[in-house]
Design a protein around this ligand. Structure first.
Ligand code: FES
Length: 157
């Protein structure tokens, strides 16, 4: 349960506001900051961010549910984001996703019982000419093979 943002986080949010013509315009960077700080953006965070940005909570929810890079629930220690959009799909993104499903016993959106991995399917990772692509945490991996995915899983966690 969120009781408010820490003094440090509030100060960093205020620094972001100072760079924008109005608080509404700062919504995306503020959400990124809150997610980096908390690991996800929960319902209480939505309300706090809405209040700070001068928006209605439903407006914050609309943004959170539109962009796949925002998480509304805690993730495992390693977030695996598999791109299955057209360019990656043509180059085997679906095979990568199926392999991760079988190997980890997860469906997209689920986390392993040990909290090690969360698997999500995303629309695009911005490297469409280098697919299939997978992000492990903050690091993008391109041109993946199933063997490369297995190696990443062994090295992650
Ligand atoms: S379609 Fe996969 S990175 Fe853009």
């Amino acid at each position: 349960m969120t009781t408010g943002f820490s003094e440090g986080l509030r100060a960093r949010i205020d620094n972001i506001f100072a760079r924008y013509p109005n608080r509404r315009s700062a919504l995306l960077p503020v959400l990124h900051l809150v997610q980096r700080e908390r690991g996800f953006i929960g319902p209480d965070d939505e309300i706090l961010v809405a209040g700070l940005c001068g928006l209605r909570p439903v407006e914050v929810r609309e943004v959170l549910t539109f962009y796949t890079m925002f998480r509304r629930e805690p993730a495992g220690r390693r977030l695996l984001q598999v791109c299955t959009n057209l360019s990656c799909a043509i180059r085997g993104g679906g095979r990568i996703l199926d392999h991760l499903r079988r190997t980890l016993g997860l469906e997209p959106g689920q986390t392993t019982p040990d909290g090690r991995f969360t698997l999500v399917e995303v629309e695009c990772l911005g490297a469409c000419d280098k697919g299939p692509c997978l992000m492990v945490g903050e690091k993008l991996h391109e041109g993946l093979t199933l063997e490369a995915v297995d190696k990443l899983l062994r090295e992650s966690g």
